[in-house]
Design a protein around this ligand. Structure first.
Ligand code: TMP
Length: 225
């Protein structure tokens, strides 16, 4: 199972992913956590370029392609191998961040982005995406208070509002995959809500798709003598 956490800046994804991994490991699952951009030696170097406050002249298309470069490496080197051996992968951001930030935020065409995402990720899609939803101002304040401030955080507030609108649109378009979590609550409550959703998904995922009919159902269908 491939689970992604998405959301605007300061939504608390990074805080929540560790406890979620522990919760699943306690149940015996083989869980790998990672993040985007990054998660590999090459990807972490690309992250440095993307985040550097010195790179203010970066064009949105350059930005979109660098995110895909990091994603291609992470998918091939880390995510796919773990899924193939039956493990659970939790990722702090994935392809939906490209659609929300480079698509809705910068206004790059979504179709073109979907094409490069599919190329980078080799068609891999999350099974479940948790949208940690928080007001843009609250998220940015949390971010600034946390002492971490990168080139993307520094985009205008209007950019971050468009990102949030984008997330809402993406989630509304695919309600089977997306679940919205209120990330404005205290972190323990956010974690509880996340655990409930994930537990339920795993339970449903384990159910056989076409359960065998029960004996009663079979005998009901037999012609009466
Ligand atoms: P974060 O890991 O601290 O959230 O920083 C990652 C930043 O990169 C964040 O501002 C979201 C942004 N981002 C994109 O713009 N596009 C992407 O595809 C990804 C993965 C992240």
């Amino acid at each position: 199972m491939f689970i992604t956490l998405e959301g605007p800046e300061g939504s608390g994804k990074t805080t929540q992913i560790g406890p979620l991994a522990e919760f699943l490991r306690d149940q015996g699952y083989d869980v790998l956590t990672t993040r985007e951009p990054g998660g590999t030696r090459i990807g972490e170097q690309v992250r440095g370029i993307l985040h550097s406050l010195e790179n203010t002249s970066m064009h949105p298309r350059t930005e979109a392609l660098l995110f895909q470069a990091a994603r291609a490496q992470l998918t091939a080197q880390v995510i796919r191998p773990h899924l193939e051996k039956g493990g659970i992968v939790l990722s702090d951001r994935f392809a939906d961040s490209t659609l929300a930030y480079q698509g809705y935020g910068h206004g790059l065409p979504l179709d073109a982005l979907r094409t490069i995402i599919a190329f980078a990720a080799g068609g891999l899609q999350p099974d479940l995406t948790l949208l940690l939803d928080v007001a843009v101002e609250v998220g940015l304040q949390r971010r600034a208070a946390g002492g971490e401030w990168n080139r993307l955080d520094a985009y205008a507030i209007e950019f971050h509002r468009r990102v949030q609108t984008g997330y809402a649109a993406l989630a509304a378009a695919d309600p089977q995959r997306w679940v919205k979590i209120n990330a404005g609550q205290p972190p323990e409550e956010v974690q509880q809500a996340i655990q409930q959703v994930v537990q339920e998904r795993i339970r449903v995922g384990k159910k056989p798709v076409n359960p065998l009919p029960t004996m009663a159902a079979v005998t009901d269908r037999l012609p009466s003598r």
